[in-house]
Each structure stands twice: as structure tokens, then as C-alpha cells.
Ligand binder design. Structure first.
Ligand SMILES: [Zn+2]
Length: 284
């Protein structure tokens, strides 16, 4: 999709499954299962769709999906069907070595897993050899100082590959990453979670990350149980959704198997999601 002078392309890494109850927090299954039916293990389908931003001078990738470096036990638990990111980028004509910047909203494995790949000798190496990896310093620290709750979401040994390669660029707080591309820290999901705002020609697209992972989460009460600070998520959603609606921004839902690009419109009782035609195949 065109956004001013920029081209935005949804990139496919694949899908996996997470517990439906955890994805929708306090919302009862009798309600969420109408929009998103669960499988026999109570899991719902989650897409992994990083976003490629072609600015004309730089190729920027936002989040990297799950990658394919985990073992069979992990793959069974989460019904993993991914690891297509590098191939997808190649097909789109922007292979991994042409990516200049990788921005990570946060470092949970389903966002950062694709930052690395297996080399021929089975060791791990960075998947984007010429990119700088832009990450919030607070998130980096939290990924390396986990507790009983946060431990299962991070893969610090993979992150250390980025550090060792010299490609790591830690930032603190809101910042411009490239002309027209800036990060805004929202917290909520994790303490230093950030959304990415892309602006060109008077138009804005917001990459929600896990602040609003799927289009169903535009509903205020739909907040993931994975969120460490759910009240902050609520406050941030209220703030950012209002701006997105008033500014007629394009929304990008990274985890929604049915909607990637959309415009949000305030209805009488709820926010309506108007799907925009995506630059990729639909999963449904
Ligand atoms: Zn997350």
C-alpha cells in the first residue's frame, strides 16, 4: 500500500497458536469464540506479519516474526507454522541483505525470533547482516533480567547474537529512527513496549505491535492476559485510538490472520474496523 512517498508491504512469516483465553483477557469465551473459534486445545490462530517500509532510500522492517530456530516441543505447544520471513522478503524483491533497519516493538519471541537464523554449521547468526537493530534499552534489560512470569517469553541467547554482531542500537524513549519513521513508548504489554508511527505526504500509519495485536483488540475491554501492565494498556489504547480515528490513520495489525491494514471509524457503540486491501495473501 502507498503511504505518501512510502510503500508499505505486509510480510508473511507464518502463523502459530496461542491460548484464546490469554489473548482476550477478561472477555468470556462465549463472546470471543464467536469472532475467533478455538481449536481442541483452546488455541486460536495468530498471524505473524512483520511490516516492510520502503521509504525510497531505506528498507525498514518492523518486527521479525517467530523464525524457525526452535525445537519440536516448542513447535507442538504453539502449533508453529512459520519461518517464511526471509523467503517472503526475497519474493518481494527486498532480500535480507537489503534491509537497512530492523525495529522491534519489544523482544517477545514472536516478534524477535526472526532476527536470527541458523548458519550452515548450525550456529546462530543475524538474519539481516547489513541492518541496525533498533530496540528500547528498557526492553533489552528486561529481556535479560526475567522473572517467573516473563521468562517464557524471551530468548536471551538469540538476542545476544545481535549484540555480538555489533548491529545492536539501543534507544531510550520516543525517538525518530529515520525520516518519517518514529517510535513511541507505550508500555502496557511490557514496560518499554513501543509502537511505530510511519508518516509521509501528510498520511500516517501506526504499527500497533502488541498494544493492539488483532483488530478485535480495538474493543477497550479486550486486553491480553500476557500484558504485564493491563491498566496502562487500557489508558494507552484510549489515547492512541482516539488519535488514529481523528487523524484517519492507517492501522496495522501484526497478529490478525484476517486484517493487516485497516482504517478505524467510531461507530455508535464501538470502533469499526474497515479493512484496506493488503499487499499479501489472506489467511482466511
Ligand atoms: Zn508480546
Amino acid at each position: 500500500m502507498k503511504l505518501g512517498e512510502f510503500k508499505l508491504v505486509a510480510v508473511e512469516d507464518g502463523t502459530f497458536r496461542l491460548d484464546g483465553g490469554a489473548m482476550f483477557g477478561i472477555v468470556p469465551k462465549s463472546l470471543w469464540s464467536k469472532i475467533d473459534p478455538a481449536d481442541e486445545r483452546n488455541r486460536i490462530l495468530i498471524a505473524l506479519n512483520p511490516l516492510l517500509v520502503r521509504t525510497g532510500t531505506q528498507n525498514i522492517l518492523i518486527d521479525t516474526g517467530l523464525g524457525d530456530t526452535r525445537g519440536r516441543k516448542f513447535d507442538d505447544l504453539f502449533d508453529v507454522n512459520c519461518g517464511k520471513l526471509l523467503k517472503s522478503l526475497e519474493v518481494l524483491g527486498t532480500p535480507a541483505n537489503k534491509i537497512d533497519i530492523v525495529i522491534l516493538t519489544h523482544l517477545h519471541f514472536d516478534h524477535s525470533g526472526g532476527t536470527v537464523r541458523r548458519a550452515d554449521d548450525n550456529s546462530l547468526e543475524t538474519a539481516f547482516p547489513n541492518a541496525k537493530y533498533v530496540i528500547q534499552k528498557g526492553e533489552w534489560e528486561d529481556a535479560h533480567n526475567t522473572n517467573e512470569v516473563t521468562k517464557g517469553s524471551y530468548l536471551p541467547e538469540e538476542l545476544d547474537v545481535i549484540d555480538a554482531s555489533g548491529q545492536l542500537e539501543l534507544v531510550e524513549g520516543n525517538c525518530e529512527i529515520a525520516p518519517g519513521v518514529r517510535a513511541a513508548v507505550t508500555g502496557g504489554h511490557t514496560k518499554s513496549h513501543q509502537v511505530v508511527l510511519i508518516e509521509s505526504g501528510g498520511q500516517t500509519c501506526v504499527f500497533w505491535g502488541d498494544l493492539i495485536p488483532m483488530s478485535a483488540h480495538v474493543n477497550m475491554a479486550y486486553i491480553m492476559s500476557y500484558d504485564l501492565y493491563p491498566v496502562e494498556t487500557l489508558e494507552q489504547k484510549r489515547l492512541w485510538l482516539q488519535q488514529a480515528i481523528e487523524g484517519e490513520w492507517v492501522s496495522y495489525f501484526e497478529h490478525d490472520p484476517r486484517v493487516t491494514f485497516a482504517r478505524l471509524v467510531r461507530g455508535k457503540r464501538r470502533i469499526n474496523v474497515e479493512k484496506l486491501s493488503p499487499d499479501r495473501a489472506d489467511y482466511s
